[in-house]
Design a protein. Sequence first.
Length: 90
Amino acid sequence: IFADGGLPTGFIHGDGFLDNTLYTPGGELVALVDWEDSCVAPYALDVAVCVSATCFTAENELMVPRCKAVLQGYQEVRKLSSQELDAIPE
């Protein structure tokens, strides 16, 4: 389904919801669990799933500061390409 998209692709977790993360008592992320949705797909899909899972209110409003924090944190580990950034809606 993503083969013709041209976005950078590789092995992704695919289910970046908060209940699939483990943290130290100090709040440092130490593990992702629940790998049954992992697959080879565009890396940006992992970002999109995480934003979808963590950056909306119960009223389905985007929490822009949280979304920016997710994107910034992701890019501290792996820079998004210009093509990936262009694929993210404003």
